[in-house]
Design a protein around this ligand. Structure first.
Ligand code: URA
Length: 181
């Protein structure tokens, strides 16, 4: 499942790996997590076609037997096999900012482990400032809990505001206040 979007994008997003829906449609982030990601982009004033959306692993990691619709995270070996492709994508797109979505992308890009500790800051990946934030599926999980995921949404949103500032995007007062109580 190759990347999708604008090869001249200012913002490149890197997720984990395609899941069931992505494998069917051969497009990253088209399942439930993808819909959440599209919502985040809309809140930023962006369309999917404005950004470049990729994954740290290019194929859906297989499980033994009939996999059904279940997914798993890629192993270190699987990510290492895909890393040359991702690094080449970064050099071709040459985005102003990368957004690493979740722990797997963060680890695969060599930023480190522990997305809760690492998120909200920029790290250098091949000379490109890279923001670490939660994966959209984390928001989906949090939404099912008491509180409806408001804290997770606000944290991701604060990370996105930093990306918008870094890329010089306009930010309205209304946007600054999203996902506050
Ligand atoms: N989750 C990801 O990390 N990537 C996808 O493409 C879809 C879901």
């Amino acid at each position: 499942v190759f990347a999708v979007g604008n090869p001249d994008a200012q913002i490149m997003l890197i997720g984990e790996a395609p899941g069931y829906e992505e494998e069917q449609k051969r497009e990253p982030f088209v399942g439930p997590a993808g819909q959440k990601l599209t919502g985040i982009l809309t809140a930023m004033g962006l369309q999917r076609s404005d950004v470049y959306i990729s994954n740290i692993c290019k194929f859906r990691p297989a499980t033994a037997g009939d996999q059904g619709t279940s997914n798993r995270a890629p192993t270190d070996v699987e990510m290492a096999a895909c890393l040359p492709f991702i690094l080449t994508e970064i050099s071709i797109v040459a985005p102003r900012v990368i957004i690493a979505l979740g722990a797997t992308a963060c680890k695969g890009l060599g930023i480190g482990e522990g997305v809760t500790r690492l998120r909200g800051k920029f790290y250098d990946v091949q000379g490109v400032p890279t923001m670490v934030t939660y994966h959209p599926s984390y928001i989906l999980r949090e939404e099912r809990l008491a509180g409806g995921g408001l804290r997770a949404k606000r944290e991701v949103w604060e990370d996105m505001l930093k990306v918008m500032e870094k890329t010089g995007m306009p930010i309205s007062e209304k946007q600054r206040g999203y996902f506050k109580k």
